[in-house]
Design a protein around this ligand. Sequence first.
Ligand SMILES: [Zn+2]
Length: 303
Amino acid sequence: MAWFKKARKPIAASTEKPQSRVPEGLWVKCPGCSQLIYNKDLASNLNVCPKCAHHFRVGAAERLKALFDDGRWTEHYANLTSTDPLQFTDTRPYRDRLRDSIKATGMNDACIVATGTLDGLPVVIAAMEYSFIGGSMGVVVGEKITRAVEMALARRQPLIVISCSGGARMMEGALSLMQMAKVSAALARLDRARVPFISVLTDPTTGGVTASFAMLGDLNIAEPKALIGFAGPRVIEQTIRQKLPEGFQRSEFLLERGFLDLVVDRREMKPTLARVLRFMGAAEAPAAPEPAAVGTRYSDAEP
Ligand SMILES: [Zn+2]
């Protein structure tokens, strides 16, 4: 027998805004300005609304395509996959969720580690994929980002991490929380070796990702109006029972308060990154560039 009974119905969850994703079809209605945009115009504009500059959410591969020269890169550690260490089940077994996400995205986990050149500069980029279990950081994401840091350290090439994540992966419990310390420790070594690390925060960057590597960049750059925080605004509002100020936890608000260094439009991201990397002393690749192909996958054995 229960001691307490809920006499009243719980407060109804707020009707969530439709997800900012690019739907199928020829025309897309922009959630920012309600205008209709031709799909191809949107794609050629890096999925930024040409009328109001609303940034649609994009996948990890698309981000890499927009940053690497000629959209070409070499992927590393692609076959790392979670072993479901806790044999976790909530409303569904974690194993099933993993299997479905792998099938839907064609990726083995929520992160791509890639090398190539950005405006002629050799770089290591790790990009997170939101459509893979909310871009959550489990053991695999933590390991891949750590290896990306170590690769940047070994090659003495700048590291860029593009965060897009709901935080730590609940289904891997404490093991996913340990990734925060692991990645941060690796970044400390990168820092001591004076290799630049730029963190790019996109909508959304929350939880354990914000609380570890996303805020540890030598430069922390965000896209406009991205949700960036630890707990989400709704959770905070429900906890403190106060209305939060306008624009709370959005890029511009955080820039004003010194949490971020820059807010950069996606269409300006590549030239901005190239400029700051050159400022930090990054050098162009020697004459023979890396033999990269679109999405070439290398084995996990290399450094
Ligand atoms: Zn718009």
